[in-house]
Design a protein around this ligand. Sequence first.
Ligand code: AMP
Ligand code: ZN
Length: 115
Amino acid sequence: MSDNCLFCKIAAGDIPAKIVFEDDRAIAFEDISPQAPLHVLVVPRKHIATLNDLQPEDTELAGHLVQVAAKIAADRGHDNSGYRTVFNCNADGGQTVFHIHLHLLAGRSLTWPPG
Ligand code: AMP
Ligand code: ZN
């Protein structure tokens, strides 16, 4: 846990969120400002500030986040219609919370390229 990290506090239960999945390694909750009918953030319990800080020992954890996103998408019936997963990194990537999180967006046709 990192001091003053919003997503560490949500993972610890200190700040409320609409949790849709959790296990020993990850938690997933609804984005407070949804950009699609389904917009969930999949977050590791381990504090990792940006993708630049991923270490070789985090490889399995990163894969787990992707699989959690795919499971939520399938559970909500979006596996065939499709969905998008995004990690934003630093300023040009649009990252605003510095604890890595995988966005899962689904429920509408998403444009490409993103803004
Ligand atoms: P990013 O810009 O990629 O760092 O994404 C951060 C996301 O966190 C944004 O989509 C925000 O809407 C979302 N967010 C910020 N505060 C909260 C919160 N308290 N609960 C849920 N989502 C949040
Ligand atoms: Zn954190």
